[in-house]
Design a protein around this ligand. Structure first.
Ligand SMILES: [Zn+2]
Length: 252
């Protein structure tokens, strides 16, 4: 780039000015130089535009960036809101919904299966068997209604197993029903989480890929505009002090 200052003409109004008072189009960022070219068809990359006329394009560009980001953000937020609103599946309390539909028979079968599958039941059962065998086998207290080999006991045990099996199966059916409700809940929760996660991902992508670089660009433009303002201010001060000197000379 040619650093030495020389006279150029602004492409907007053809006013002659110094080359440090503005930029050549090739020095500007693509969107800004495109906007200038759109307004002035004769503009080339070697054309010059003064800082004053460039300000409008810079401010426009900042506006466009912020608006585009805002629109995209709003779009994603709307998607998220819609996803949350459309999800009308209520998570069921499995215990509650099972308890409500429980009949008396089912409650009994649950209680029997619970007690039948416990150590106390096994100990009590063994003790009962031993008592039965001892009383009848040794004819204690003169009782031996079921002498060895305890045929009546056998009959009782067979009946007992026959009834116990379906009771346990009933209880198992209830456990399966509970599992099914659990799965249904899990499935919906997973589906919902996945959907929301996907939208959050899009939001994060938007933040990192668009918003953040745009924010940096806006910041850069602001600094550039600030730099122009400072330069202009310095010039004004210089002119001001020159005028004051002239005034003083006249007074003297
Ligand atoms: Zn100009």
């Amino acid at each position: 780039m040619n650093e030495e200052i020389h006279e150029v003409k602004c492409l907007v109004d053809n006013e002659p000015m110094l080359s440090d008072e503005g930029f050549y189009l090739q020095e500007l960022s693509q969107p800004i130089s495109n906007a200038v070219k759109a307004d002035y068809s004769k503009a080339k990359i070697t054309s010059f535009i003064c800082a004053h006329h460039l300000l409008k394009y810079r401010v426009n560009h900042v506006d466009n960036l912020i608006n585009a980001d805002l629109k995209q953000s709003q779009k994603i937020n709307r998607k998220l809101t819609r996803a949350l609103r459309d999800d009308n599946y209520d998570i069921k309390d499995v215990n509650d919904s099972l308890q409500e539909s429980l009949t008396f028979g089912q409650k009994v079968s649950d209680a029997v299966a619970k007690f039948g599958g416990s150590w106390p039941f096994i100990f009590i059962f063994i003790v009962l068997l031993i008592v039965w065998m001892v009383i009848n086998g040794m004819a204690l207290f003169g009782v031996h209604f079921d002498p060895y080999p305890y045929i009546l006991l056998n009959l009782f045990l067979s009946c007992f197993s026959t009834i116990q099996a379906p009771i346990i199966m009933m209880s198992q059916n209830r456990a399966a029903e509970r599992d099914r409700l659990d799965y249904e809940n899990d499935f919906h929760v997973n589906l919902k989480s996945e959907h929301e996660l996907r939208i959050l991902h899009a939001k994060l992508d938007h933040l990192t890929q668009n918003q953040l670089p745009h924010d940096l660009e806006v910041e850069k433009l602001q600094l550039e505009i600030l730099g122009e303002v400072r330069t202009e201010l310095a010039k004004l001060r210089e002119e001001n002090s020159k005028l004051k000197d002239k005034l003083r000379q006249k007074e003297n």
